[in-house]
Design a protein around this ligand. Sequence first.
Ligand SMILES: NC(=O)C1=CN([C@@H]2O[C@H](COP(=O)(O)OP(=O)(O)OC[C@H]3O[C@@H](n4cnc5c(N)ncnc54)[C@H](OP(=O)(O)O)[C@@H]3O)[C@@H](O)[C@H]2O)C=CC1
Ligand SMILES: O=C1O[C@H](COP(=O)(O)O)[C@@H](O)[C@H](O)[C@H]1O
Length: 500
Amino acid sequence: MKHTEKPAGLIMIFGATGDLAKRKLFPSLYRLYKKGNLSEQFAVVGVARRPLTNEEFQASVKTSVENAIEDHKDLDDFVSHFYYHSHDVTDSSSYQTLKGIASDLDRHYSLEGNRIFYLAMAPEFFGTIAEHLKTDGLTDVSGFKRLVIEKPFGHDLESAKELNERIRKAFSEDEIYRIDHYLGKEMVQNIEVIRFANAIFEPLWNNRYISNIQVTSSEVLGVEERGRYYETSGALRDMVQNHMLQMVALLAMEPPIRLNTDEIRSEKVKVLRAMRTIKGDEVKDAFVRGQYGAGEMDGNAVPAYRKETMVNPESNTETFVAGKLLIDNFRWAGVPFYIRTGKRMAAKSTKIVIQFKDIPMNLYYGTEQTLNPNLLVIHIQPEEGITLYLNAQKSGQNMEATPVKLNFANKGTAGMNTPEAYERLLYDCMRGDATNFTHWNEVALSWSFVDNISEVWENTKAENFPNYESGTMGPRGADLLLEKDGFFWWPVTDLDVENC
Ligand SMILES: NC(=O)C1=CN([C@@H]2O[C@H](COP(=O)(O)OP(=O)(O)OC[C@H]3O[C@@H](n4cnc5c(N)ncnc54)[C@H](OP(=O)(O)O)[C@@H]3O)[C@@H](O)[C@H]2O)C=CC1
Ligand SMILES: O=C1O[C@H](COP(=O)(O)O)[C@@H](O)[C@H](O)[C@H]1O
């Protein structure tokens, strides 16, 4: 696929009055515009039901950008490229009007017939919109056409297949950009560089030298206003099926023969294929689910999940998942990948800890004492960087090894759920680079892995829910999962080897 750095084009955003558009998409587009990464030949059509004039829509885009970004120098010029069409996506009759608007803008801005359709709406509309775009001729373009589709991509493998078949009627696989915003994060993208650009890591990156890998993505926030969605999702579908498995795939994949979209995706797919299936009775040994109870966060009392708005007071939905994954291939046989994610935990943090195996014998401590293992920590958020924990002699100490750390802190502005991730992904999509979007094969394999677990959990009531207090690192079962293998979770805040 040829990448043009600044292609002209129309971006049609379905759900343009929604939260995602306001908080992430408009500020990201503005940043691209400010950096000169957006062609002057661009126009945006916002679509949603509520009646708005173009001017009202432009004012709301302006407000969204002002709320997110301090420098607004060129904002008026930027918003002048925005247009609005009030349209119910389930109403077949108004797609023709939308088509007329798109054609007019194409001529007015010389958009070269390039179109990106961004579906920032509830997933039940994805299939309908894609079908209409085709049947009503919006996809009959002289340039490129691309579909950006938000999560969740289905609810399980079956529904994901159904959705995929519907959107594939209008777009080919290489025109579909399935968003996983973790793939837009600076340090997630850095995993490959750390692995494949450093002679000191790649030779050690296997079961001979690594004892276990831990991936934690903990959140402080609870379910907020998303109770209705979350009740049907839970942490397994919301975080594990996509973000957590994507990080595992990047950590475990073989070096691609070339750094292009197809080769990278194909290596990730191989990891997902090699992941050992966990089903039936095995689920309770390899996976732990949790649900938050009431607690205190930053000195304020917070309610239990079951007391949140739109949540069943007897809900069986998990807000926490910990699991042990095994990748049955030559490189990783026998190395556990532990994953852990949850809401209302003690800290907002996404970290990857690679724990290396112990050296055969310790010359430096008393015989009963072991040295601290070498760790490589990849800090995804809120701080961005890497830390390598080594043992060395500190000055003044006599032939005694103490842990020292080598730190690299990324200078980028690290925010949570950052618009920067969306900015990168939007830019990639405009340039036709789908590397950091998920291919259908990845989505399908992730769902089939997760479906086996959710099937067991949906059919067995979690008698001990709620089983962790808000503001903690999850239920005790998550610690036991590692303890039975002789490991423990490395802390995610202030990771200090000396104090572990
Ligand atoms: N918000 C976030 O941080 C994140 C969101 N997502 C995903 O992004 C998508 C959008 O989420 P979010 O922005 O939060 O959702 P919102 O509920 O805030 O927005 C939904 C949008 O859809 C429009 N809409 C609803 N029904 C129709 C209809 N029948 N026809 C036309 N427009 C309609 C609404 O406008 P109106 O009422 O005027 O029609 C609104 O613009 C979802 O798939 C979500 O999972 C993913 C990651 C993060
Ligand atoms: O996709 C999702 O991600 C967020 C967490 O994203 P982060 O970038 O803040 O780590 C999560 O809160 C949400 O439930 C989920 O849908």
